[in-house]
Design a protein around this ligand. Structure first.
Ligand SMILES: [Zn+2]
Ligand SMILES: [Zn+2]
Length: 69
């Protein structure tokens, strides 16, 4: 389980909405508007999902899987 759920926290990116998950890169709390879900499938239908903020999603050192596409 790599997507971590948070409760009773405000999004640390926009500071407006209630956070729902933590970024897998920088551990910031993210709301539904600020999170980016990504899903990598490995072969026979199994997958691994991660959640990033916009900044980490675009950082190849954090989102290393993005470069493997
Ligand atoms: Zn937000
Ligand atoms: Zn992040």
């Amino acid at each position: 389980m790599v997507v971590r759920i948070v409760e009773n926290r405000i999004c640390e990116v926009c500071g407006k909405n209630e956070a729902v998950v933590l970024c897998n890169g920088c551990d910031k709390a993210l709301c539904e508007d600020c999170r980016i879900f990504d899903l990598w499938a490995y072969g026979c239908g199994s997958g691994d999902s991660k959640t990033f903020c916009k900044k980490c999603y675009d950082d190849p050192e954090i989102n290393v899987w993005k470069g493997l596409e």
